[in-house]
Write a new protein. Structure first.
Length: 202
């Protein structure tokens, strides 16, 4: 059974998703479903989740997660996924001032929401956007889509009643999504070399 501190931590991702939804217009239930698929622990998203090249770990605190990431970086590993939305360090660390900021639930959620919105602008469909968020490799994306849709149906039932703010025009902070860029990738992780980054993914 989780202690009080763990119960409190298990709500951080959902709270951050709520704020990111209001800020970006990305539906709350979409964000919660992604966070649950990415980091779910006891059927709740977990903010201190770190995945080291396919080795997923739920840490007990921000400090513990920072320590694991620091050790991995010292060993030269950069294929590391962090936080509520499992942002990949190799591809997205430059958008953050530190590992602690990248792990921060609000910063993690806002970045993920903005990134997801870019995919939705291309496809017009949240399930397709979620699949692209995970991987540009079709077979990986389709497996993820099935898991996302299952989580999404549950998240929609629990979504807050207030309507998220309409999305505003934002500077594209995501070089992987720049139109016309040769060899651009549409994923939070590279499509080769450790693309399977989910805890318990096939």
């Amino acid at each position: 059974m989780l202690g009080d501190a763990s119960r409190d931590a298990s709500g951080l991702c959902a709270d951050a998703a709520h704020r990111a939804a209001k800020a970006t217009g990305v539906p709350y239930d979409v964000l919660v479903a992604i966070s649950l698929v990415e980091t779910g622990r006891n059927a709740r998203p977990w903010p201190w989740t770190v995945n080291l090249g396919g080795d997923g770990r739920w840490l007990d605190s921000l400090e513990a997660a920072e320590a694991v990431v620091a050790e991995a970086l010292d060993q030269g590993l950069t294929n590391i996924d962090l936080g509520c939305f499992q942002l990949n360090y190799r591809w997205h660390a430059s958008a953050f001032g530190s590992v602690a900021e990248m792990l921060d639930p609000d910063a993690n959620a806002l970045y993920a929401a903005e990134y997801l919105a870019q995919h939705h602008a291309r496809s017009g469909d949240w399930a397709t956007a979620a699949a692209a968020y995970h991987s540009a490799t079709p077979e990986h994306a389709e497996r993820y889509r099935a898991r996302f849709e299952a989580a999404w149906s549950g998240a929609a039932a629990d979504a807050p009643v207030e309507v998220a703010a309409a999305p505003t025009d934002r500077l594209n902070r995501f070089p992987l999504l720049l139109a016309g860029q040769k060899g651009s990738r549409g994923s939070l992780v590279p499509t080769t070399g450790g693309g399977q980054r989910l805890i318990g993914s096939p």
